[in-house]
Design a protein around this ligand. Structure first.
Ligand code: NDP
Length: 430
């Protein structure tokens, strides 16, 4: 705590895990001797670099870029890149820490990392974003590689940006390899990577419902955000017969009392792509825009916060508790404040933490890495089947620990920790 003063998001993520795993650490002499949790809270490497680029007016612009390599105990570093003005070392350390546990839960050999920049692409032209990506990769390239560290996308870094980043990596390093995931299918990308986090989230929810002898068909699903995770979760939920009652962004919430149609989701996606907001939807889509309002409080059975960290505070948690929701699964990373978690716990709402429920993206990234290494390409059907199997597997792993240890959050923390601790305590003092 003393070493991480001024890093509130990182402390919040570590404290949530520490609460659950310290008893496990104490109960295993080899884990305690290796001080596993402490090792996991100190990055192997935290690189910070200046990113200088030129805007369309010819002016010099300067941003900060980072890569946090948290742990490669069970595989090469792996985690996304986020471009957003709110990015700080604290945010990236929390995301890299969470990523270690999430990647362990997938059962794939993937370490934990995260990176990004305090760059704000909103209001930038496509060419400016491309130039920023190129300048960013010029600094990142020496730190990454297929057996070393394999970044992917995150907020404001989609397949288009990955293409620009990969183009510069290839040119700088003079190699064509799988140093990035989330690539386009024409240059080594996996089928379904773009959809994987949102689809995987819905598969996880289906596994939770199945355990309660219920199904998604006919359920009302409230979703926050309008990005990659939100829109693909909405798409899959609609396909499976659910009624998606809302999506949102920082301008407000789109309410669809009778459930959104696929063309409405497409429109939201197009708004995101063009840098627009969700205000003023075409009348034909049957959506109501609630200016400046959040999505929580709209009547629903299932809540999926899919926008960003700490988007659900105490007030939103109370609104969720009163809206009919009985199950919440996190599409975003750490979308609930600690207080919100407690409020929902007290209300008896079953919660699936992001490190389990949103692991579908990194799981398909892991499949992309193995496809690149083997020089082959799996079909959409093959990837979809593998994704569903991985999400079911994560659910079973979490539940196995939850039954002995209390709840889903604790189950995910303990299961991820055990996997990491077995590896870390095997290496001796290094
Ligand atoms: P995107 O950039 O595609 O979309 C994020 C969207 O969230 C933006 O459009 C933004 O709206 C909206 N948003 C931000 N803050 C709020 C808020 N307070 N209320 C409502 N909307 C908000 O990001 P992703 O979908 O990729 O990522 C979303 C979350 O999922 C993040 O936490 C990310 O770490 C996590 N995640 C993503 C994975 C992936 O594969 N992409 C994998 C695993 C987790 P606006 O346009 O108004 O700013």
């Amino acid at each position: 705590r003393a070493r991480s003063g001024g890093e509130p998001e990182f402390l919040q993520a570590v404290e949530e895990v520490a609460r659950d795993v310290l008893t496990v650490e104490k109960a295993h002499a080899e884990f305690a001797a290796a001080r596993v949790l402490e090792q996991l809270t100190e990055p192997d490497l935290l690189a910070q670099f200046r990113v200088v680029w030129e805007d369309d007016g010819g002016a010099t612009r300067i941003n900060r870029g980072w890569r946090v390599q948290m742990s490669n105990a069970i595989g090469p570093y792996k985690g996304g890149l986020r471009f957003h003005p709110s990015v700080t070392p604290s945010v990236l350390k929390f995301l890299a820490f969470e990523q270690c546990f999430k990647n362990a839960l997938t059962g794939l050999p993937l370490g934990g990392a995260k990176g990004g920049a305090d760059f704000d692409p909103s209001g930038c032209s496509d060419r400016e974003i491309m130039r920023f990506c190129q300048a960013f990769m010029a600094h990142l390239a020496p730190f990454i590689g297929p057996d070393l560290d394999v970044p992917a996308g995150d907020i404001n870094v989609g397949q288009r940006e990955i293409g620009w980043l990969f183009g510069t990596y290839k040119r700088k390093r003079g190699v064509f390899d799988g140093a990035l995931t989330g690539k386009g299918p024409s240059f080594g990308g996996s089928a379904l990577r773009v959809q994987a986090t949102g689809y995987g989230l819905i598969y996880f929810v289906c596994a939770m419902l199945a355990r309660r002898s219920a199904e998604l068909d006919g359920k009302r699903v409230a979703i926050s955000g309008k990005g990659n995770v939100s829109t693909h979760a909405a798409e899959k939920a609609i396909e499976m017969g659910a009624r998606v009652v809302c999506l949102s962004d920082t301008s407000g919430t789109l309410h669809a009392p009778d459930g959104m149609r696929q063309d409405a989701v497409e429109w939201v996606r197009a708004q995101k792509r063009s840098g627009g907001q969700v205000a003023d939807p075409p009348a034909a889509l049957g959506l109501q825009f609630r200016d400046g309002e959040g999505p929580w409080g709209i009547e629903a059975d299932i809540a999926l916060p899919c926008a960003t960290q700490n988007e659900v505070g105490p007030e939103a948690a109370r609104a969720i508790a009163e809206s009919g929701v009985t199950l919440l699964a996190e599409g975003a990373n750490m979308p609930l404040t600690s207080e919100a978690v407690e409020i929902l716990d007290r209300a008896g709402i079953v919660q699936a933490p992001g490190k389990a429920a949103n692991a579908g993206g990194v799981a398909v990234s892991g499949l992309e890495m193995s496809q690149n290494a083997e020089g082959r390409f799996l079909s959409r059907e093959e990837v979809d089947a593998a994704l569903r199997k991985i999400m079911d597997g994560i659910h079973d792993t979490v539940i196995a620990e939850a039954e002995s240890a209390g709840d889903c959050r604790r189950g995910a923390n303990v299961a991820g920790y055990r996997h990491l601790a077995r590896a870390i305590s095997s290496y001796g003092i290094v």
